[in-house]
Ligand binder design. Structure first.
Ligand SMILES: [Zn+2]
Ligand SMILES: [Zn+2]
Length: 212
């Protein structure tokens, strides 16, 4: 069974998630934006073997701790999609602009593309490319657990910003309606900020995408 625990990190309260296979305790961390000591302590308290870093996209609050965490624990970096290379290159400027500690540079061990899968012990998740908030944004979906880790694509009651370089509103709406909705109304999603919701609930009540 797939299990997870979410820890809001950084001044942006970004939902960093620890995700693990119940049978093996093999774990990944999604979007280690910062507060690495807290993330590592939480993984230890849960008895997890942290083996991978997965990235939804390369904004500072999601990816800022990636280089340092990979170096400290010797972890591979999986994702995002190559469309976010310019955001990775721009992490030093992002740190300065938003008052974050300097981010260590990194190169993903494995870039992700639409239709890829990622594996954690006995658990396999599907990767969907969901551009719009950033060009290289990806989403991780566990069909068996009916959970999706969607970063800043969709929030409870809102959607991701598209006013950054490379953002595109129409692409974002298409990502949500063509790549998230088919995962099913019952699927619970863990957004990059704020509380969880389900796709069905957003389809009914989210003013940005209701009725789509
Ligand atoms: Zn973002
Ligand atoms: Zn964010």
């Amino acid at each position: 069974m797939l299990r997870y625990q979410t820890l809001p990190v950084t001044a942006f309260q970004q939902n960093c998630s620890l995700l693990w296979c119940d049978a093996t305790h093999k774990a990944a961390v999604i979007d280690p934006g910062g507060e690495l000591d807290r993330i590592i302590a939480a993984a230890q308290a849960l008895g997890l073997m942290l083996e991978q870093i997965w990235l939804t996209h390369a904004h500072i609050d999601h990816a800022g701790g990636t280089g340092e965490l990979a170096r400290r624990l010797g972890l591979p970096i999986v994702g995002p999609h190559p469309g976010d290379q310019f955001w990775i290159d721009g992490l030093p400027q992002q740190s300065a602009m938003f008052g974050f500690p300097p981010a260590e540079p990194f190169t993903p061990t494995r870039w992700l593309h639409d239709g890829d899968t990622v594996t954690l012990g006995h658990e396999t998740l599907d990767v969907r490319h969901c551009p719009g908030h950033t060009p290289g944004h990806v989403v991780f979906h566990s069909a068996s657990a009916q959970r999706a880790f969607v970063g800043d694509v969709l929030f409870a009651g809102s959607i991701g910003r598209t006013d950054f370089p490379g953002g595109n509103h129409d692409e974002l709406i298409a990502s949500i309606t063509e790549r998230l909705w088919p995962m099913g109304d019952e699927t619970v999603f863990i957004p990059g900020h704020g509380p969880e919701s389900s796709f069905g609930r957003e389809r009914r009540s989210n003013p940005y995408v209701a009725g789509t």
